[in-house]
Structures are given as C-alpha cells and as structure tokens.
Design a protein around this ligand. Structure first.
Ligand code: G6P
Length: 613
C-alpha cells in the first residue's frame, strides 16, 4: 500500500506534494514524509498522518521545485519517524520513496553490511537505496542506470521514485506490481500512486507498466526504458475522466457517508447503456467478445478479497440461480497458494475496487498462465487488474475514498447481476417473462435506493441503542447471507466492534451459544423464499433474549412483531434485494463508528488498497 507523490517543474513542490499525499492517505496513514531538492536535499518525516507532517515542517525550509512525498502503511518496521519514508543512502546523496515489498532484502542487506553500509531503519526500502548507492558509486553510473541494475537484483513489488543530489534536475521512477502514474503538465511532471493527486494539474497521464523505469527531467522530458534496457519510444498518453468534485467531501462529514448517499447515482451509472427494460435487453460490452466461451463455460471461478469477495458470493448466487453455471468463490490469497485446478475451459472473474490488490492480481496472473479466460470487474480505470484481463467491465462508481467500501460493493453487485442476466438470456435458463420482470425491477433500483436512504434517522436511533455492545451477530439466508457477512465486516472495520456474519440456519451450530440479552443480532429478513425459516431463526434468537434488529420488506408484519427494531426496504425481486438491504447495514456501521468517535474514513491498521501480499 502506501501512497507516493513526486513533482518536478516550475512551481514550489511542497504544497503540491502535501495536497497529493492527502488525496492518497486512503492508502496508508502510519507516517508521512517529503524530500525536497533545493541545491541540497532536505528530508522531513514524521509518524502519523500528513497533517502531523505539516505541523512538524512548520517553519522549516520547504523550498524546492522538485520533490517526493510518501504516506506509509507499515510492512517492515513499526510506524515511527525513522521508518517513515523518504529514506536516504548512506552517503546522503540519494533519497527514495517506495510502495511495495522487497522480498529478498535480508541477503542484500547482509551483503551491503559487509561492504560497510550502516542502516538506521528496519525497512526493506532503506536496503534498496543503499543498493542503488553501492552500484552507482562502484561504477560511477548515472542515476537511472544504477536504479536499473539495482532493480534487476531485487525480488518483490515496488513503485519507487528516487532523487540524486548530484543530478538535481532529474527524477527516476519505476514500477513492478505496484501502481505508478506519470502526469504530463505544461513544463512540469507529476508522479503518483493513482491519478487523484494529478487530476487538478493535468488530465494527460501515462500509466507505467511493470518493469518500466521513467526518467523525468525538464530538459529531456519523460523517457521510459524497461529494466532489461529496452526503450519505450512512444508511451501511450491517456486522458483522465476524473473530476475534482469527486475527490471532495461535498458537505458530508465523512467520505463514507457521501459514498453511501451516492449509491443511487452510482448504480444508475453502472447500468447506463447496458440495460433497457422497455426494449428488453442487457448488453455488457466486456462479455460480448467472449460470449460463446462464457455461455458454454462449465464453471466460473471468482477471486477477490474483502468486500469484493462478498460481492463475489452474491455473484455465485446470481449466476447459479439465473444462468445455471456452477460458480466457486475464492479468497485470492488462498487460491493462489493452494495449487488449484484451473484449465483453458475455466472463466476466472476477478472483482476489485482498486484493481491493485496484490493477491487478486497474482491469482489472476496464475489463472491466465494456465489458460483460463480472465475477466475483471473493477472500479479504478486503468488499474493493473483492468489492464491484464482478457476482458472486463468497469463499475463506474467514481473514486471511492472511505476505506470501508460501500458504493463499490453495490456497483460490483449490480454488474454481476447484469452479467448473470445476460448469460441467462443467452442460454435461455430463465423464462422471457421472468427476464423482463427482473429488467423492469432492476431499472427501479436507483429510485428504491433513495427510498431506503430515508431510513437513515431511524438507523441512527438504533445505533445509539447498540453502540456500546462489544459483539454483534449478523444473520441472513440465501441472497441475504453474503449481505450479513458484509454488514458484519463494515461494523468491524470502522467501529472496532467484534461482529460475525452467519447463515441464519447455521447459527444453531455455534453462535447461538453467544446469544443473551446483551447480544445485538442483525437479521436480514427480506427473503421471499424460505421466509418461514427465517422467522423461526428470529424466534430462536428472541427465545434467548437477543436484541433483534431486522431488515425486512415493507409491509412485513410477522417479523416486525417479534423483532426489537425493524428497518423496512422497498419490495423487489429476490435476486435484487442485496442492492437495497446492504444500505441500512452500511448506515448502521457508519453511525456507530461516529458515536464511538472512530475515524470513519481512516480506520486503524487498514488501508484501502492492499498492494502487498
Ligand atoms: C482492503 C480494503 C477493503 C477491500 C479489500 C479488497 O482490505 O480495506 O475495503 O474490500 O481491500 O480491495 P479491492 O480494491 O481489491 O476491492
């Protein structure tokens, strides 16, 4: 994870870098630092958030028209001032920022120590800058050449930017399995982990590819070579579609709340041009080219992590229910290390908001190497996963900044629903009339999301009642089971209350032992199928004095009578209910976290984009 920013041009670098780091803080916020070139190299770094760095640098010499900055999510070495980036070489000449992990840092460090290098931090990154120094000083190499040779000795993942006090008009950046974007302005250049720090300065960007090294100087511009020293003569320049307003809180206290409220619009954006109920069609450009292979698939594998894994589970229910293709949903991290059986007939779908999650990316690469067709369901345009898949669909949710994923989840579920419907239509696995009914209802979902959001004050009231509970249980059946998992994850992530999601019937095989008058049990009871069964599960909780908060379909009389609190959502077709029923759960976790004075957008120990394994 970690966020990196670089600037070279005619403006003062510090304000641009600090603003950029704030945009990237979702990637980690254990410590922050900057290095500024102004004849000499000035490095400032501090444990804590970017705001702490700003206090620390108050009154310092911050001038310089070239500089780099970093916001850290600790992997090697605890979060403290010394382990914060940028790191310097032993001779003080070089400074580096790094996102990723140098896996073979230990033997390199031992060899460098033998050569007399002294390390001050516990980080793998410091090893890399010493290695560059060693190579550079031995053979008197230009900075880019020393970086290139050093990287050829390194195993792991990295996005780095390096500056050399003796070449004060040049920055060298490189990437492998960690993202890096170059912004091209008018006589100035920007570097960042994603486009969000760049967009207010320029819309022209180049996404570096794996194993590429960018050398940026004001006189020679941007030059790219590979680690094996081939020149990339004309890198592709992309035009950003991102808008600044999408990166601001827009009057909300937290990005998470803004993003929860955006969902009516983001689901509509996801559906735009892909579905037309009046004309009775669904069209996903991404699957068109591979329609035959996908509809004939004997099984589909879905790989993802975190919230995206939960939407994958809903995808399993949808694709099996509607399109009748067996689906397996895998944690990307487990999948890649357990020698799974994959072959050319498989379709592997990766779901990822960021498109950069290291485990998901690596799982896909493995599946691709074994001949599977790989398909990406991704939010961030131009991200690594989006670029390595054979085909894919963007969910068009816009930037999601709150660490707890909300609008990306509903975007992923909306996309998977369209996918299941498109395959079902092609295969003829559902009747024409049911297909049409689902399309009609699907088109109503954005309006119904707005209806659900009206429950916000009531959810806030319920939150007050349960905010001090140390535990919570979330139960659901069928389509509502993954929603229960997602609700529990949201609560854990941002309010630090221990919560478990469980299939409602499975509760009897363990969690029921935990239920007493202090245990809040959130039941997602919007099912039409197996409704009586979920009523029984609610009875079982009540019989043990648990506090039941039930999400029900409007007009529900039975569960409303038994539960302590009920939250109603509009009626819809069962496969579409997750798009509505998850919203009260997002709001519940949000209000509880605010009441517990937690930092909603930047929960402790988490990062939004996990680019390390
Ligand atoms: C992190 C985030 C989660 C996210 C997961 C997968 O753990 O905190 O919110 O669901 O990564 O991220 P992805 O970008 O691949 O969806």
């Amino acid at each position: 994870m970690c966020g990196i920013v670089g600037y070279i041009g005619k403006q003062e670098a510090y304000p641009i870098i600090v603003k950029g780091l704030k945009r990237l803080e979702y990637r980690g916020y254990d410590s922050a630092g900057v290095a500024l070139m102004n004849g000499t190299l000035n490095v400032y770094k501090k444990k804590g958030k970017v705001a702490d760095l700003e206090h620390y640098t108050d009154g310092a010499n911050l001038s310089g028209k070239m500089g780099i900055g970093h916001t850290r999510w600790a992997t090697h070495g605890e979060p403290n001032d010394v382990n914060a980036h940028p790191h310097r070489s032993g001779n003080g000449r070089l400074t580096i920022i790094h996102n990723g992990i140098i896996e073979n840092y230990a033997p390199i460090k031992a060899a460098l120590q033998k050569e007399g290098h002294v390390f001050v931090s516990d980080t793998d990154t410091e090893v890399l800058v010493h290695l560059i120094e060693e190579i550079q000083s031995k053979d008197d190499l230009a900075l880019e050449e020393a970086v290139r040779v050093a990287l050829s000795k390194v195993v792991g993942a990295y996005a780095i930017v390096v500056m050399d006090a003796q070449e004060p008009n040049k920055m060298v950046a490189a990437r492998k399995a960690s993202p890096l974007v170059v912004g091209i302005g008018d006589g100035e250049y920007f570097l960042a982990s994603d486009a969000t720090p760049i967009v207010e300065h320029t819309k022209q960007v180049v996404y570096l590819n794996d194993e590429e090294i960018a050398v940026i100087s004001l006189d020679k511009g941007l030059k790219i070579r590979t680690i094996s020293n081939e020149e990339i003569s004309s890198p592709t320049i992309h035009e950003l579609e991102l808008k600044i307003e999408q990166l601001e809180k827009g009057g909300y206290d937290y990005f998470m709340l803004k993003e929860i409220y955006e969902q009516s619009g983001t689901i509509a954006d996801c559906m735009r041009g892909r579905l037309n109920a009046e004309e009775g069609w669904i069209k996903l450009g991404g699957i068109d080219e591979y329609k035959n292979r996908i509809t004939k698939a004997e099984r589909i594998l879905i790989v993802a992590c975190g919230t995206s894994w939960h939407s994958g589970l809903i995808g399993e229910y949808l694709i099996e229910d509607l399109a009748r293709i067996p689906v397996e949903v895998e944690y990307a991290s487990e999948f890649r290390y357990r020698n799974p059986v994959i072959n050319e007939n498989d379709i592997v779908i990766a779901i990822s908001q960021s498109g950069e999650t290291a485990d998901t990316l690596a799982a896909l690469e493995m599946a691709k190497s074994r001949g599977a067709l790989i398909y990406g369901i991704v939010n961030v345009v131009g991200s690594s996963i989006a670029r390595i898949t054979h085909a894919g669909s963007y969910i068009h949710a816009g930037p999601e900044i709150g660490v707890a994923s909300t609008k990306a989840f509903t975007g992923q579920v909306a996309l998977l629903t369209m996918m299941a419907l498109a395959i079902a239509k092609e295969k003829g696995t559902i009747s024409e009339s049911y297909f049409q009914q689902l399309l009609n209802e699907f088109e109503q979902i954005p309006a119904k999301v707005n209806e659900v959001l009206k429950c916000d004050p009531q959810v806030k009231y319920i939150s007050k009642e349960i905010k001090d509970s140390p535990n919570a249980l979330y139960l659901g059946r069928g389509y509502s089971f993954p929603v229960a998992l997602e609700g529990a994850l949201k609560l854990k992530e941002i309010s630090y209350i221990h919560a478990e999601g469980y299939p409602a019937a499975e509760m009897k095989h363990g969690p029921i032992a935990l239920i007493d008058e202090n245990m809040p049990v959130v039941v997602i009871a919007t099912n039409k199928s197996a409704y009586e069964k979920i009523v029984s599960n609610v009875q079982e909780v009540k019989a043990r004095k648990g506090i039941v908060i039930a999400v029900v379909t409007e007009g529900d009389k039975v569960i409303s009578d038994i539960a302590d609190y009920t939250i109603e959502i509009p009626d819809t077709e069962e496969p579409l209910t997750p798009l509505l029923s998850v919203i009260p759960l997002q709001l519940l976790s949000y209000h509880i976290a605010v009441m517990r004075e937690c930092n909603v957008d930047q929960p402790r120990n988490l990062a939004k984009s996990v680019t390390v394994e």
